[in-house]
Design a protein around this ligand. Structure first.
Ligand code: GLN
Length: 196
């Protein structure tokens, strides 16, 4: 069993904790560097990336988190969390500093603002059953680098991707009871923590 941290500064962290527990792993809310030190991996939830960005500084988490990501800690970012992990954010606010943990450019509110929130079927690559994607002022994945693979699409649009250590989704898998992406992430983490 892996210990999965969920960044709990702002946003939909409780729902992520519940999903992690449903797929059989320990979930820990992360608000401080000490919390971060005891987790094997971190989920960055949806919410508001500009707020999370500021709270990373005031909580003292930015540097320790940057170092853990650089050292290969797995992370999974959804919606705002995708923006926080990206290389850069188009339409970010001045001073917003994504962590550049995955080679991907995100456009904030790329599908429109709150009024344009919607649900749509998402095709998971290699899986015949689509999942329901809940998109809330979602970012658009506008570019990915060579080490990044698209793992889910909505029509021809990439909506989830992964690199060697990072997973991201522009929608909110924690707001449905389809735990496929959480299971995929937690199993990857468990394989690193307890190599078989
Ligand atoms: N638009 C938000 C942002 O820029 C993300 C919305 C969400 O996480 N649901 O951070």
């Amino acid at each position: 069993m892996a210990t999965i941290g969920v960044l709990a500064l702002q946003g939909a962290f409780r729902e992520h904790c519940a999903a992690v527990r449903r797929v059989g792993h320990e979930a820990v809310e992360v608000r401080t560097p000490a919390n971060l030190a005891r987790v094997d991996a971190l989920i960055l939830p949806g919410g508001e990336s500009t707020t999370i960005d500021k709270l990373l500084d005031s909580s003292g988490l930015r540097e320790p988190l940057r170092r853990r990501l650089e050292a290969g800690m797995p992370a999974f970012g959804t919606c705002a969390g995708l923006i926080v992990l990206a290389t850069s954010a188009v339409d970010g606010i001045p001073g917003q500093r994504p962590l550049a943990a995955i080679d991907l450019v995100a456009r904030r509110n790329g599908f429109g603002r709150q009024v344009h929130s919607f649900e749509a079927p998402v095709a998971v690559v290699g899986d015949s059953t689509p999942m329901i994607g809940v998109f809330i002022r979602a970012p658009r994945i506008v570019a990915t680098g060579p080490g990044v693979t698209v793992i889910a699409t909505m029509g021809s649009e990439p909506v989830a991707a992964e690199s060697a250590t990072i997973m991201v989704a522009s929608f909110h898998p924690e707001l449905t009871d389809d735990d496929r992406l959480h299971r995929r992430f937690c199993e990857r983490v468990a394989a690193v923590v307890q190599p078989v």
